[in-house]
Design a protein around this ligand. Sequence first.
Ligand code: 13P
Ligand code: SF4
Length: 304
Amino acid sequence: MSPSLVEEVQELKRRRNAVILAHNYQLGEIQDVADHVGDSLYLSRMAMGTDAKVIVFSGVLFMAETAKILNPEKTVLLPDLEAGCSLSDSITADQLRAWKAEHPGAVVVSYVNTSAEVKAESDYCCTSSNALDIVRRIPESTEVLFLPDMFLGDYVKRKIGRKNMHLWAGDCFVHTRMRPDTVRRMRAEHPGAELVAHPECGCSTEVLPDVDRVLSTDGMMRYANETRSPEVLIATEIGILHRMRKVNTTTNFLPLSPEAVCPFMKKNTLEKLRNSLRDMKFQIEVPAPTIVKARRALERMVAE
Ligand code: 13P
Ligand code: SF4
């Protein structure tokens, strides 16, 4: 009998001395075969702490680049090079340089969903898990340029009452589609359900008071572990429901929007993961000067 894809992945992983990191939005079958599943911050920390020689990132390009910047000596693989991110593409390093020139002296806080070149132009990186803490560290009198997600930026700005914080007008097309009217309709259909939303959501600004919790994907996982609510509406990419339903079988977790599927995250399949380990492709490279500059902002992110 020929080995199953899962067996092949496990055998190749052993042979290559590899670790498989998978984001919470990956297909269930990939999550199940991964060594670590989590949000951007957790996976960056796992990439930094691993003894493995090869890191296979089942996620998107900016995540694999982040792993490479934090581990320049290791081989980092992304199973499909088309696994990009529209949010990350919403700002280039040239655009950031021009924005910085308009605000001399400002501190740049970049969401981790950015290219390596944009990180190299940044003072701090943050994720949805620690954006509030990172911005709180910056002296009150210093202007902040926050990019590229305007919904996360607006959430941080409101939450800490920061006036001198400028937001780049980028968004994630998957999360933006979850609008206040989606919330109102689903609330009416599920009157007893709690609502938990990712801060990238287009609904988070207008209906913030109506959202029970605004959390990163790992924050959502901790909540899923603990909640006793019979029904919960989840406003983020639907891949996370696989893990939630595994860790808590008594709560009914429902997507706020079943169409919230990230086509970039879903470029990864079990077959491509196998091919990636078998053929050692696609290797992520970041130029050394970019690594040196981007690392400082990323180290501040993982340390927070
Ligand atoms: P987190 O997993 O860090 O919450 O971010 C979600 C995301 O945008 C991944 O693309
Ligand atoms: Fe980018 Fe949005 Fe997909 Fe995350 S869900 S990878 S932010 S496009």
